[in-house]
Write a protein that binds this ligand. Structure first.
Ligand SMILES: *[C@@H]1O[C@H](CO)[C@@H](O)[C@H](O)[C@H]1NC(C)=O
Ligand SMILES: *[C@@H]1O[C@H](CO)[C@@H](O)[C@H](O)[C@H]1NC(C)=O
Ligand SMILES: *[C@@H]1O[C@H](CO)[C@@H](O)[C@H](O)[C@H]1NC(C)=O
Ligand SMILES: *[C@@H]1O[C@H](CO)[C@@H](O)[C@H](O)[C@H]1NC(C)=O
Ligand SMILES: CC(=O)N[C@H]1CO[C@H](CO)[C@@H](O)[C@@H]1O
Length: 195
């Protein structure tokens, strides 16, 4: 085989590997089960379906990581009243990990729950048959992100208004995540071309 053909195949291979979507490792079944359950509940209340909000999900994951090591009996310190932020001292840090600003999240709702082994039916009733149902009943919420770690599951609701949109403040950071990959790809293509 001529070297140029080897490099062409190599380039194609590399390109297909790089253009594959990364597997969604952090999404567990519990999260999807709860999302379906909550949306069925919303439908039964004649409310709109909540759509997945990736940024809210990022934040839910970060919150769940914080609670992970705490036993179910421990108070979370999280405030479930819409418009007030959970009283976690590192809340701003958690937001910034997801490129979020408190000004875009203050109208959202953060609802942590702890259920041993995250038994699906218990998890759902934890949200639909508690004070949390007040948020689930609320028409102002349009988006949802769910994260879970250990026995903890966190639901974050977003609104379609600017104060609860969970819009990232730095869209450029997304681009900068993509850029190095393309630079690498170009470099490889160049190397292959030169071979
Ligand atoms: C939902 O809408 C249906 C049909 O309009 C109605 O029969 C039902 O009572 C409504 N349910 C609630 C919870 O509002
Ligand atoms: C329970 O929460 C308190 C306050 O957040 C914390 O100081 C304590 O270490 C936690 N206990 C366990 C076992 O995680
Ligand atoms: C968050 O929003 C406030 C008010 O809009 C702004 O002053 C602050 O600089 C923002 N923080 C970041 C990290 O973007
Ligand atoms: C949410 O709506 C359901 C059904 O209408 C009701 O049973 C429940 O009490 C409501 N939750 C709150 C906190 O009002
Ligand atoms: C918010 C809420 O309802 N939490 C409950 C979730 O379920 C566990 C165990 O079933 C309860 O102890 C919590 O109070």
């Amino acid at each position: 085989m001529a070297p140029s053909r080897v490099s062409l195949i190599f380039s194609l291979l590399l390109f297909s590997v790089l253009s594959m979507n990364p597997p969604v490792l952090c999404d567990t079944n519990e999260d999807d089960n709860l999302l379906q359950g909550i949306n069925s509940y919303r439908a039964s209340q004649n409310l709109t379906t909540l759509t997945k909000n990736e940024n809210a999900e990022c934040f839910a994951d970060e919150m769940a990581k914080q609670f992970k090591s705490q036993p179910c009996t421990n108070t979370t310190g999280a405030d479930t009243v819409p418009g007030t932020e959970p009283q976690l001292s590192n809340y701003p840090n958690l937001l910034s990990k997801c490129n979020l600003n408190v000004s875009d999240t203050m109208d959202g709702a953060v609802m942590p729950a702890c259920v041993p082994n995250l038994v699906s039916s218990l998890v759902l009733s934890n949200f639909t048959q508690s004070q949390y149902s007040e948020n689930l009943n609320d028409t102002k919420y349009t988006g949802i992100g769910i994260g879970s770690e250990g026995n903890w599951i966190v639901v974050v609701l977003s609104t379609s208004t600017p104060k609860g949109s969970f819009a990232t403040y730095n869209a450029a950071s997304l681009v900068s995540k993509i850029h190095p990959i393309y630079h690498l790809l170009l470099l490889f293509l160049l190397v292959c071309f030169l071979l």
